[in-house]
Ligand binder design. Sequence first.
Ligand code: FUB
Length: 332
Amino acid sequence: MTEMAQFTSNVMLDQPLITHLYTADPSAHVFEGRIYLYPSHDRETDIVTTNDEGDHFDMVDYHIFSLDEVGGKVTDHGVALDLKDIPWASKQLWAPDAAFKNGTYYLYFPARDKNGIFRIGVATSQRPEGPFKAEPEPIKGTYSIDPCCVMDNDGQAYLYFGGIWGGQLQKWRTGSFDPKGKEPADHEPAIGPRVALLNDDMKSFKSDVQELIILDEQGQPLRAGDHDRRYFEGPWVHQFNGLYYLSYSTGNTHYLVYATSTSPLGPFTYQGRFLEPVLGWTTHHSIVEFKSKWHLFHHDSTLSGGQTHLRCVKVKELVYDEKGRIKILGTS
Ligand code: FUB
């Protein structure tokens, strides 16, 4: 199948959930019996060229949305957090995530600090839709982008994060920020997403940041040159049937793929691909169970006719086969 034919078949599958704003990177959670969506809010700016630094993704606030039913009305709860109210951030409010613990909702979000380095901040609210109040500093020890907060069955919360290229993960290979940092050579192990345990306050780390290893079918780490399978950005972790599923974007090959583990800290073993390229360069998603069905929330650029930085959120139903492999309902 040609790349254009793949785009066309996915474009036909569904419609944007939100059309009055451009939205992307949807993190979906079930709170208070409804689905809440925590997406990026894409916007038109005078930055018209795209680059590998992601300068064209120049977002300045977050809106939060909710749905009582998949396929039902989507409510826009308005601006929940604005760049001007985040003391440490300078620009680029990229893909967020949310969590709930002990009566408080937490919004995790990446932004560039005043030195142009991506960090991850946290903001709190008493309501899932906000408004959220940002902490004065980013979470100590964080870097890069795309936070995903997972509450394990024992109440321990984990923060996964990281993205290469514009997300700067390749600049942290030595453990500190190297502005000249590059991706590994093709034969070297690929860069993995990061994870750390959160303290009970949900605003600080109680462990060191650890790199997650993703193994191939031979038990060897995926290589950096394995662009169809190696990690790029957008980590999402969910549990099914006693396994942890780590799903992510392969970036420049535009797939959504997944790996599984018996531990939230891995190692994970690569399992397969569940979304082919969509219209647009980026692909980013979340997976959530709601009313006994599993759903993939993701984005493409159909609403803007294909503009990379002007995306729209969509939803598809996911199913698991008898071996626990995930696939999109209606696809082979
Ligand atoms: O929305 C900005 C960036 O694009 C996200 O952080 C990445 O995951 C990609 O979707």
